[in-house]
Design a binder for this molecule. Structure first.
Ligand SMILES: [Zn+2]
Length: 425
């Protein structure tokens, strides 16, 4: 299958400049060529995209997809720990079907807001993998490891995810939840298991001040210092949040090439704090962007996440230029892909990379006039401006419709599942 997209403005994210009147030729799952005046007589589809903007699809580097079911639930909890106290009992009751419909609901939202891949840490992940397979979405999926070594071994022996993940769009990662829910042995054992399978690991790290203070009191070490001793950073690793990371820890992460996923909405909503992204970048860390779960955000839109990331960067540094709009777009695409160790495949629009593409239509009041295209995307665009979305060369959203998800049916089922879950409590 060959698709030729004609006359686009292309933001390749390999550099902070644009290509005007460029064409993109998609061959199967990859970008075969980008440039002006491309001709392909054997193309199956030729689309005139005059007036539209193409950029790499957003890479949501940290979420918990099926938490969509708990959207807007218990929003008045005063902090992360109190909120988790409300959420954990519901998670214990969730079934395969809940995860499946919660995942489809999340996928519909991700795709419609221009996201083409995501990293997911949760439970019953074979059902999230199944939802991705059926939808044609790219994902980096981890079954969350939780608790002590015995529980970890039990969870790691689960083979259902391995069966569902056997697909070129999906990668299995290993996630240990956090230092405050897991033992040292869990981190050590998971690192060894991941190393043996040449897998990538991830965790929540230094999300709250309480996490940092408790870790210091219990182990005498800051969270990243403690995790380095477990060998967790000796395998390819990414970490979510990093709000309270100290300079000593930043240096450890840099030495081990551990990227940080910035989750500004979740960190603001749960009053966890503001991650010092500019300091991380100056220290040589790669910083990607993620939405976290829809129950701590309360949506999965990378457009909204970019806007907030820009806003809180400015106000927390008192410097509008600390992160430029282009830096924010890069954080949501190529840098997220780098954090996930997947930038050889995705994150930029380049010949030979996977055809994961978001196309924006700026022909609307909220994006007029554009003046600066990067600013317009970060500050003015919203989900209504997403024209179409391609994942692995396949169009998953076009003409206002998802091509592989029956959105009405999914909303109906998700509401049914949540109603049962809520009443069981
Ligand atoms: Zn999270």
């Amino acid at each position: 299958m060959k698709t030729l997209l004609k006359n686009l403005t292309v933001i390749p994210v390999t550099r902070d400049s644009l290509s005007f009147n460029a064409d993109i030729l998609i061959s199967g799952s990859v970008i075969e060529e980008i440039g002006p005046g491309l001709v392909c007589p054997e193309a199956d589809v030729v689309r005139d995209c005059t007036g539209l903007i193409a950029l790499p699809g957003f890479v949501n580097a940290h979420t918990h997809l099926s938490m969509t079911l708990m959207r807007n639930y218990k929003d008045t909890c005063s902090n992360l720990q109190d909120w988790l106290g409300e959420i954990f009992p519901i998670e214990d009751r969730m079934t395969d079907e809940d995860i499946y419909y919660g995942s489809l609901l999340g996928l519909a939202e991700l795709i419609k807001s221009g996201t083409t891949s995501f990293a997911d840490m949760y439970f019953h992940q074979w059902m999230t993998a199944r939802a991705c397979r059926e939808t044609g979405m790219r994902a980096f999926i981890s079954q969350t490891l939780f608790g002590d070594l015995e529980e970890t071994k039990k969870r790691l022996s689960e083979t259902r995810l391995d069966r569902e993940i056997d697909n070129e769009l999906l990668r299995k990662d290993y996630a240990v939840h956090a230092v405050y829910t897991c033992t040292k042995e869990t981190y050590e054992y998971t690192a060894a298991a991941a190393r043996e399978r040449k897998a990538v690991v991830n965790t929540h790290l230094s999300e709250t001040k309480k996490e940092m203070d408790d870790c210091l009191r219990q182990t005498g070490m800051l969270p990243a210092v403690y995790l380095e001793k477990t060998g967790f950073f000796d395998v390819p690793c990414y970490a979510a949040h990093g709000v309270w990371l100290q300079e000593e820890e930043t240096e450890i992460l840099r030495c081990h090439d551990v990227g940080i996923v910035h989750n500004p909405s979740s960190n603001c909503k749960l009053a966890s704090g503001i991650a010092p992204v500019s300091r991380f970048k100056s220290a040589g860390l790669t910083v990607g962007l993620g939405t976290d779960g829809a129950s701590s955000n309360n949506n999965l839109s990378m457009l909204k996440e970019m806007r907030l990331a820009a806003m809180i960067s400015a106000v927390s540094t008192m410097n509008v230029g600390a992160l430029r709009p282009y830096d924010i777009i890069r954080m949501a695409t190529l840098d997220s892909a780098k954090v996930l160790k997947a930038d050889h495949l995705i994150g930029s629009l380049e010949k030979g990379k996977k055809a994961d593409i978001a196309i924006i239509n700026p022909d609307s009041a909220n994006m007029t006039p554009m003046n600066d295209i990067f600013s317009a995307i970060v500050f003015s665009a919203d989900e209504r401006n997403i024209d179409s979305v391609y994942v692995n060369g396949k169009c998953l959203f076009c003409e206002g419709k998802l091509t592989t998800i029956d959105e009405d049916a999914v909303i109906h089922e998700a509401l049914k599942r949540w109603d049962i879950l809520r009443k069981e409590g």
